[in-house]
Design a protein. Structure first.
Length: 102
């Protein structure tokens, strides 16, 4: 789509929003949230597809330490991991890095 067409469409959309009532805006809000959730789920699925059960991975925790683990299970949005120090974690695939076999 051309950039000028996109700008025109957005301007028309903004004008339509200004004329919507509360009920229509709430409906539109629900639709937007559903779409955003669907896109996030699709992105997560693509990221999860890079991993398989048994893969060695590492990730950085919130305190900055690096944990190494094995993928135990791939869930809908996360990977269930068993760390080398026997902890169980559920981690978003975007935070995981594969560890090369040594």
């Amino acid at each position: 789509m051309r950039s000028s067409q996109t700008v025109l469409d957005r301007e028309m959309f903004v004008q339509a929003l200004r004329h919507m009532g509360e009920e229509d805006l709430l409906f539109l809000n629900r639709m937007v949230l559903e779409r955003l959730n669907l896109l996030a789920q699709a992105r997560s699925t693509v990221q999860l597809a890079q991993f398989a059960e048994g893969d060695r991975v590492e990730f950085t925790t919130q305190d900055g330490s690096i944990k190494r683990a094995v993928v135990v299970r791939l869930n809908k949005k996360t990977a269930s991991l068993r760390t080398d120090d026997a902890q169980n974690w559920k981690v978003s695939p975007v935070l995981l890095r594969k560890v090369p076999a040594s």
